[in-house]
Design a protein around this ligand. Structure first.
Ligand code: GLN
Length: 191
């Protein structure tokens, strides 16, 4: 399996290590031609406004939209989820998104006290996953085609799927537990 990681900024290393432990061939994607021949793509956490700016600078934004529209399986984590979303509250000036995932998210919305935290969640079929949240977005609303896959005890949605896309507010690459990546590979990528 050939899995790309959008490698403009953010947690590239951690996703790569985990995917390689799961026997994927990993390609770091910085140029449009590096999207060719991929079975799946990860958009990591980091800073969504920086990812957006660099993606447009390197001419990657439109090819990414085309690849997603053509059915490329994508997992976006944290900033990656924001970058996939159709509607975002609290965008940086001039910040754009791919607009591929029919949801509304709010950036940095857990507040100072809860800027970063870890909690145990069910994620799709994965039970009791140690989920790490770092200045995470909250999902405020999901469109008709999107379905929740993870929520906090107060019902805040922190994971959802829609067609070929999986979006997570937290960082499944930040723990040794590989089950979310494994599920994504099996369920979305088909490996
Ligand atoms: N707050 C960041 C953003 O808006 C996301 C944080 C993260 O990816 N850990 O892009």
């Amino acid at each position: 399996m050939r899995i790309g990681i959008l490698a403009l900024q953010g947690g590239v290393e951690e996703h790569q290590a985990m995917l390689e432990r799961l026997d994927a061939d990993v390609v770091r994607v910085r140029r449009p031609d590096e999207l060719e021949g991929l079975d799946g793509l990860v958009i990591p956490g980091g800073e969504s406004s920086v990812i957006d700016r660099l993606a447009r600078t390197f001419g990657l934004a439109n090819p990414l939209m085309d690849a997603i529209a053509a059915g490329l399986p994508v997992m976006g984590t944290c900033a990656g989820l924001i970058y996939l979303a159709k509607e975002v509250h609290g965008l940086a000036p001039g910040q754009q998104t791919l607009g591929a995932l029919d949801i509304t998210v709010a950036r940095n919305s857990f507040g100072n006290q809860q800027d970063s935290f870890e909690t145990t969640l069910d994620v799709g079929p994965v039970r009791d996953f140690p989920a790490v949240f770092i200045r995470a977005p909250k999902v405020l609303a999901v469109g008709a085609g999107a379905a929740e896959v993870a929520a906090l005890p107060d019902a805040t949605i922190v994971g959802l799927r829609s067609g070929n896309l999986l979006g997570l507010s937290f960082h499944p690459e930040s723990t040794p537990d590989m089950r979310v990546h494994q599920w994504w590979l099996e369920e979305f990528v088909g490996g």
